[in-house]
Design a protein around this ligand. Structure first.
Ligand code: ADP
Ligand code: MG
Ligand code: ZN
Length: 617
């Protein structure tokens, strides 16, 4: 259960300790800079890097580094590891991430190794022999979390090094994986907590790009790292170069068609991007659709063979494809700087996940776009997935958190008033003023572009009516879906409902003045705040899911129910930007070019003059 006082405590206690370490001289400072320049070939530290490095070398506290992806977290432990006596062990969740890091370090001439499952017995023995030797040059060893839980050999090595004072540090990369409050919980991470008990004097460095205050607290708790024994280096999550926009969609195909238009239009032509899909099947379908439409695209998901996945990654890194259609399996460890757009064809599962996925755009700091297509159907679809998840680790609490995360994303999508940055960063416990978003014309979010004045309206009376309507309808009809409820509230006389035995529906036209999207937002808020409850029912025969609305635990009190609404509707819309004539002409032109190319090939193959084909057909 989430307790409010806990959250308050977190925000008071979890703050950036960076300033404490600014402009300070240490006995190690000179050597540290020498290695920084000579070994890493870098000139200037990025924000909070030097602070975290100094704190680590000082060895008085555990180090916790929270930086957006691409911010440069690795250096915060790699530079100290080079200066420390002994060996630093880095726990990292994926082999691909480990490979990436060890290759980089080796190319810099820093002695490192990895103990992953693909090592041959001979390689493993050689690495262990080196570690046991007191003359060893090895500075960093990468391991997977499974290894720590399973390998006696490894744990013996830890103990040996510990007694010899050569166990320099434990680094936990992607440390949020330890918290099941987070979006990427990995059971194998839980075992890492035991390292703290066994080696109390070894300093830890925890790294993550994703952490809500709740996850932050849980991470420290799981790792048994007391706040007063740690220094936190926390940084703003605002990505100034990204443009965030949300669009309602009908079917996924509609969103796909728009994606094609965008890829071929001025906006994204020749630029590379990631199109996130809901399922493997949607990945394959989308990639095929894009390819047929003349956009070079490949699918990427967990269902591919290792080799295929590696191929797609390399080809994409080489700009062989404009678009990767991917599930969320794609991303961790992929560091392509020039991704100019990230499009979500379906609603993501959490705000954290969305921030992370959309954050793969614009790593080079250049302008990039993040477009999100969503629908109510997406919400139901994902809810169904969460409800039917059969993972042994899917505890009830974890499921509840997931449903809550999902509802939040949906509210985010429906919100057409508040600044997207404010909404996203709020989730990370950061306060962001929308005026800062409005200041930069180029990267303003859709809601800040919307010049219409927004105002807060109290919908308490309408909410009261809605609740009594739901009460009444659920008694009469037994089940009612959100869409049916909206229809009834807007006065529609839907057949299915009338058939269910209700014949005087027009009397319920109680929300004529509120737009459909605002009504959806209001209902979503009522669900989020537990005035209403949504039940998912799964039809075992067809595997379809329905979401039914009933009364929640809370009743309307004197508290206002506030929603900000636009006084003037002027939501930007993708289709209006791509359906103008010049874009359409360009689309036709690009199709013609491809057609001509094909004709040329055919004519060459059949030994017919190209001009002859053109004139005869
Ligand atoms: P993170 O783990 O935070 O996602 P990385 O540590 O992988 O990020 O770093 C991302 C990129 O930034 C790497 O290519 C790295 O070499 C580069 N980088 C890190 N620190 C600096 C720096 N101080 N100056 C220039 N480049 C840096
Ligand atoms: Mg990293
Ligand atoms: Zn904004």
């Amino acid at each position: 259960e989430v307790e409010c006082d806990k959250v308050t405590w977190i925000s008071a206690d979890v703050h950036d300790d960076g300033p404490e370490y600014r402009d300070r001289e240490f006995s190690h400072t000179k050597t540290m800079f020498e290695r920084f320049h000579a070994l890493f070939g870098l000139r200037k530290f990025r924000s909070n890097q030097q602070e975290a490095v100094d704190c680590a070398i000082e060895r008085r506290y555990h180090v916790f580094v929270l930086m957006p992806t691409g911010g440069g977290k690795s250096l915060c432990y790699q530079l100290p590891a080079v200066l420390d006596d002994g060996i630093t062990f880095v726990v990292s969740p994926l082999r691909s991430l480990i490979l990436d890091q060890t290759q980089k370090l080796s190319s810099l001439g820093i002695p490192c190794a990895s103990l992953t499952s693909d090592r041959t017995p001979a390689e493993v023995s050689a690495i262990y022999a080196q570690c046991y030797s007191s003359q060893s040059e090895l500075k960093l060893i990468y391991v997977t979390p499974e290894k720590i839980g399973q390998s006696d050999q490894l744990n013996k090595l830890f103990s040996h090094l510990y007694t010899k004072n050569r166990l320099a540090r434990f680094v936990i990369d992607e440390a949020h994986c330890i918290s099941d409050w987070g979006h990427d919980f990995r059971p194998d991470y839980v075992k890492i907590g035991t390292l703290r008990d066994r080696y109390p004097n070894v300093p830890f460095t925890l790294l993550t790009a994703t952490a809500t205050p709740r996850v932050q607290l849980d991470m420290l708790k799981q790792m048994k790292i007391e706040r007063h024994l740690s220094k936190l280096f926390i940084q703003s999550f605002n990505r100034t170069n990204l443009v965030y926009k949300c669009f309602t969609k009908g079917k996924t195909d509609g969103a796909l068609a728009r994606t094609v238009q965008l890829c071929l239009s001025d906006q994204f032509v020749g630029m590379c991007g990631i199109v996130y899909c809901f399922s493997r099947m949607e990945c394959e379908r989308s990639a095929a659709y894009l390819s047929q439409s003349g956009v070079t695209a490949r699918a990427y998901h967990a269902g591919l063979e290792d080799q295929d996945r590696a191929d797609v990654q390399t080809q994409w890194a080489n700009d062989d494809y404009q678009v990767i259609c991917a599930t969320i399996a794609f991303g961790m460890g992929i560091d392509k700087p020039n991704v100019r757009f990230v499009i979500h064809l379906s609603m993501p599962k959490s705000i954290e996940g969305y921030y992370q996925e959309s954050g793969r755009a614009g790593r080079d700091g250049g302008l990039a776009h993040c477009y999100l297509f969503y629908s109510y159907q997406d919400l139901v679809k994902i809810k169904r997935l969460i409800m039917t998840e059969q993972s042994p680790n899917a505890t009830r609490d974890a499921q509840k958190v997931r449903l809550e995360n999902l509802q939040r994303v949906y509210s985010y999508c429906l919100n057409n008033v508040d600044c997207r940055r404010t909404l996203l960063l709020e989730y990370f416990g950061e306060q962001f003023l929308s005026s800062q978003c409005k200041k930069i014309t180029e990267t303003r979010c859709d809601n800040c572009c919307n010049v219409a004045q927004a105002k807060l309206v109290d919908f308490k009376d309408l909410s009261k009516q809605i609740l009594s309507l739901v009460d009444h309808l659920t008694r009469q009809l037994k089940t009612i879906t959100l869409n049916q409820l909206i229809d009834i509230l807007k006065g529609s006389k839907q057949k299915t409902i009338q058939n269910a035995g209700h014949d005087k529906l027009e009397q319920y036209n109680i929300a004529p003045d509120i737009t459909k999207i605002d009504l959806e937002r209001l209902l979503s808020k009522l669900i989020l705040d537990d005035y209403l409850h949504q039940d998912i029912s799964i039809n075992d025969t067809y595997g379809t899911a329905n979401a039914y609305i009933r009364l929640g635990k809370k009743t309307i009190s004197s508290e206002p129910i506030l929603i900000s609404v636009c006084t003037k509707k002027e939501n930007p819309n993708v289709s209006s930007t791509v359906s103008n004539n010049s874009t359409r002409n360009r689309l036709v032109d690009s199709c013609l070019v491809r057609l001509k190319d094909e004709l040329k090939l055919i004519s060459a193959e059949h030994n017919i003059k190209y001009s002859t084909i053109l004139s005869e057909n």
